[in-house]
Ligand binder design. Structure first.
Ligand SMILES: [Zn+2]
Length: 507
């Protein structure tokens, strides 16, 4: 059985009377027309909704909206005489059902519907085309298949998403909430708390609820914010263990913290929750109320995980105190503790790069952060340059075999970053940007110089895989015939290129 067949057995594609009613009353509500025609002195109307003919007491104007005297629907008036060649209404809707294969699962189907009034207005039918099917089985991630309208094949998607965000955007979109209520009844999804959320057509929600029973817990204890964030792709700071099997696991908290957290749940957002979790682990010994105040104080501008990272191996409490002190010390410079935190994180990265011991409290929290940050930044730059030159010198030694002299010219590899930069500056081309790739061995840069002036930039050559890729002189000009001849000889001698190929070199 193919993969799609496994899903296929869960649903049928019958258009039920309930679906028709939903389309008629909710999806294509504005697709109701009264077509008028004249006979003698009288005007007659035909309603596409109730399919009745009637004589009009007052003349109906083309383009107006009136209530059908027969069925009472709101209808758009169209004169039969005026063309309706392009009159076509369409929309997309999602309809839920119970699985017909497994009484714990539910399915959703996405239909494109249309009514085409371009032909005979008395025989307009509603066309249904199924475009997407979803299957939600408890304990598993939701499954989505979409019909490829060109190949007519069902293609699976890695993750579930609503078509109204992609191919069906830009038209009316509906979901039958009544069909959801009916579908979930008697299945584990009945308690999934879907009605508490707003999701496009709930396919993301049910995928989440199918995969994680924690969805139900979270709603019940008032942490629906985590679900909303997940549905919208917003961060939840790692504050939720979706796979958790108990409230303790889901909230990543020790038992004694569950009650105080749930009690203050209204004041606890996901950042606060994450901070409480980290403070429990690192020995900061904050009370829930303290953390709430702290997060309110820093205005939600700090990602708790960044704070945790900048604190290790010390406590968050210590870091927060430090941020406060530094802010006061350097008031004219920082406008928030978040600014200090990001500078601290930068500073600590420099420390690591320079091999300093961040377990030493004095290094971890320097007395004057900004001054020490700027000091280390300079040291890091110097160290980076030194490293780069070391690498380039190594490359120069490896490429020495390319050194070649003939007539009045010579060619040799670049020796240092400085040389590459000044070659670029003197010849006004961009070889200076190759410093890193040359150092890393991604490309080979060689200099052609006159024997009489070995230190003056003349022509720059890039060699890759035994082939000259580029050769440029001043302002990106191509080399003269003398230089070309020299490079051909170089290439034959040093790069082992065959003579007959050399013409193509300058093509
Ligand atoms: Zn009617």
């Amino acid at each position: 059985m193919g993969e799609f067949e496994k899903v296929r057995k869960h649903f049928n594609t019958k258009i039920t009377p309930e679906m028709k009613k939903f389309v008629d009353e909710c999806v294509l509500t504005s697709s109701r027309y009264i077509f008028t025609h004249r006979s003698g002195r009288h005007q007659y109307g035909y309603c596409t909704h109730c399919q009745k003919d009637f004589e009009n007491k007052e003349t109906l104007k083309h383009g107006s909206v009136i209530t059908c005297p027969e069925c009472g629907s709101k209808c758009h008036v169209r004169a039969s005489g005026k063309g309706h060649k392009h009159l076509r209404d369409f929309a997309y809707f999602v309809y839920y059902d119970k699985s017909i294969h497994d009484d714990k699962s539910i399915v959703a189907k996405g239909y494109f519907v249309e009514r085409d009034y371009s032909g005979d207005i008395r025989s307009v039918e509603t066309g249904y085309q199924i475009h997407a099917v979803y299957l939600f089985c408890p304990g598993e991630k939701g499954i989505m298949y979409q019909l490829n309208t060109w190949s007519k094949r069902w293609e699976s998607h890695k993750s579930v998403y609503p078509l109204r965000r992609t191919t069906m955007a830009g038209m009316k979109n509906c979901v039958s909430l009544e069909s959801i209520s009916k579908a979930v009844r008697g299945t584990p999804f009945q308690y999934s708390t879907w009605e508490k959320y707003s999701d496009d057509d709930f396919v993301r929600f049910f995928s989440l609820a199918a995969q994680y029973p924690s969805v139900e817990y979270l709603t019940k204890i008032g942490f629906g914010e985590a679900i909303e964030a997940k549905l919208r792709g917003w961060p939840n700071y790692g504050s939720i263990n979706w796979r958790g099997k108990s409230i303790q696991q889901v909230l990543r908290l020790p038992k004694q913290m569950i009650k105080p957290v749930i009690r203050s749940q209204e004041k606890i957002n996901l950042q606060t929750l994450r901070m409480i979790q980290m403070a429990c682990k690192d020995g900061s010994k904050f009370t829930t109320d303290e953390v709430i105040k702290i997060v309110q104080g820093i205005g939600g501008s700090i990602d708790p995980n960044d704070l945790g990272k900048a604190s290790k191996p010390f406590t968050i409490r210590k870091t927060l105190n430090y941020l406060k002190k530094q802010t006061e010390k350097d008031k004219q410079f920082y406008n928030s503790p978040a600014g200090v935190l990001y500078m601290l994180a930068d500073y600590q990265r420099f420390c690591k790069e320079l091999g300093m011991d961040l377990n030493d409290e004095y290094i971890h929290f320097p007395p004057h952060l900004r001054r020490q940050h700027n000091n280390l930044m300079k040291q890091v730059e110097v160290q980076r340059d030194a490293l780069l030159d070391k690498k380039i010198l190594k490359r120069y030694r490896a490429l020495k075999r390319y050194i070649f002299l003939a007539n009045d010219l010579m060619i040799r590899p670049a020796k240092s970053a400085q040389e590459l930069i000044s070659e670029g500056e003197k010849l006004h081309h961009c070889v200076g940007t190759y410093v890193k790739s040359y150092a890393d061995g991604e490309t080979n840069i060689l200099f052609v110089r006159r024997k009489s002036a070995p230190d003056v930039p003349y022509v720059t050559v890039e060699v890759r895989g035994n082939e000259i890729r580029q050769a440029y002189g001043h302002n990106d000009t191509l080399p003269t015939s003398m230089v070309k001849k020299f490079l051909d000889e170089f290439s034959m001698t040093k790069l082992n290129r065959k003579y007959e190929k050399r013409e193509s070199l300058w093509a």
